[in-house]
Design a protein around this ligand. Structure first.
Ligand SMILES: *Cc1c(COP(=O)(O)O)cnc(C)c1O
Length: 392
């Protein structure tokens, strides 16, 4: 069997039809959109077409779309741009404890520089409480930033209701929708969103290009200074090829969204039900209902997620675990701790994120191989041995 890629939340491949569209912008169509001769005008036109494609996918206007160098940059810009702008009015930000580090580390930086952030707790499913949110609001609150969909456990927050509260109280609302756009329906108007971040490489576009949606009339300080690109709000010569690809990828994803999310939810549920019923001492992390169609996150007691990944790799299955081993540490994920998992359980977590290449057959193969891998690891586990002794 071919390799099985179950790590689409980390990144996706560039769709061949998107690659075809972007390639000429590296060669013959190389003009700088800020210049005025013909190949420059061609680039400018392509850039503006992509802006329309992104706007349409979000239910926004083209002039509300700003291209950035990544989802991370969009998050940094939204938070610092609003916090900075209103610092004389108030220094308080509200976020959740399960945000991506692009949001959390930005808030932590601001906390060290005169701002104060409330990190809302989440329940066992990873959901914030609207009541907690209301209670956290102060006269000095200028920004609420809460993600649409969590990248580890797939939980979908009540974005529309959060936006309603923010609007009523005159507070700007930003949402990191990097995992959501192209995977679940998004309508910035209906969902009361003021600012939204997305990233091309999570929806079959290339790495290194993102978007910040900024609702018309919402002021925002720039983060990057220089030339007058992006209507004087984000300097730097545009990544034309990347932006064109993002436009194409988001249009394709929107068109296929209903069908693809139904297909993936079915495979997702097959994997979740299959694992929970065939392997004891397991639990599903994240909400069963309010969940991304492509996310599976399961904890296996008594074992280490890292060893699980290694054995899965040997079987040709690529997945991800609940610890931040990539950053050189083995700290369990802040998301899994926030939903109440003990350290040991968080360490034994496995994230499988499905995508366009995922099939029922791949799910069957995973379900066929996984029980033996887990048994093998448990047989070597001192924690499991202790458990069996205690049980008698
Ligand atoms: C991937 C991701 C980001 C960062 O986007 P980049 O384009 O990789 O910088 C931010 N937030 C979430 C939820 C993500 O999954």
């Amino acid at each position: 069997m071919d390799k099985i890629y179950f790590d689409n939340a980390a990144t996706t491949y560039v769709r061949p039809e998107v690659l075809d569209i972007m390639l000429p912008f590296f060669s013959e169509r190389y003009g700088n959109p800020s210049s005025i001769y013909e190949i420059a005008r061609d680039s400018k036109k392509a850039l503006e077409h992509a802006r329309e494609q992104v706007a349409k996918a979000l239910g926004a206007q083209p002039e509300e779309i700003f291209f950035t160098g990544s989802g991370t940059e969009a998050d940094n810009w939204a938070i610092r741009g609003i916090a900075d702008l209103y610092k004389n009015r108030g220094n308080h930000i509200i976020t959740s404890s399960i945000e991506h580090h692009a949001v959390l580390h930005t808030c932590q930086y601001l906390d060290k520089n005169g701002f104060e952030t409330t990190y809302l707790p989440v329940d066992g499913d990873g959901l914030i409480s609207l009541e907690d949110l209301e209670k956290a609001i102060r006269p000095s609150t200028t920004l609420i930033t809460i993600m649409t969909a969590n990248n580890e456990i797939g939980t979908l927050q009540p974005v529309k209701e959060i936006g309603e509260i923010a609007r009523k109280r005159g507070i700007a609302f930003h949402t990191d929708a990097v995992q959501a756009v192209g995977h679940v329906p998004i309508d910035v108007k209906a969902m009361n969103i003021d600012l939204l971040s997305l990233s091309a490489h999570k929806l079959y576009g290339p790495k290194g290009v993102g978007v910040l949606f900024v609702k018309k009339g919402v002021p925002l300080k720039p983060l990057i200074f220089g030339g007058g690109q992006e209507r004087n709000r984000r300097a730097g010569t545009e990544n034309v090829a990347g932006i064109v690809a993002l436009g194409a990828a988001i249009e394709l994803a929107s068109g296929e969204l209903g069908e693809e999310s139904a297909r993936l939810s079915k495979i997702r549920d097959k994997i979740i039900d299959g694992i929970l019923s065939s392997i004891p001492h397991t639990r599903l992390n994240g909400s069963r209902e309010k969940r991304l169609p492509n996310n599976v996150n399961i904890s296996f007691q008594f074992i280490e997620g890292e060893s699980l990944l290694l054995l899965l790799d040997m079987k040709g299955i690529y997945a991800s675990s609940g610890s931040a081993c990539t950053s050189g540490s083995l700290d369990p994920s802040h998301v899994l701790l926030a939903i109440g998992l003990p350290h040991e359980t968080a360490h034994g977590s496995l994230r499988l994120t499905l995508g366009r290449g995922s099939t029922e057959e791949q799910a069957d193969y995973l379900l066929q191989e996984l029980p033996a891998i887990v048994s093998r690891l448990r047989d070597m586990s001192p924690l499991y041995e202790d458990y069996l002794k205690r049980k008698g």
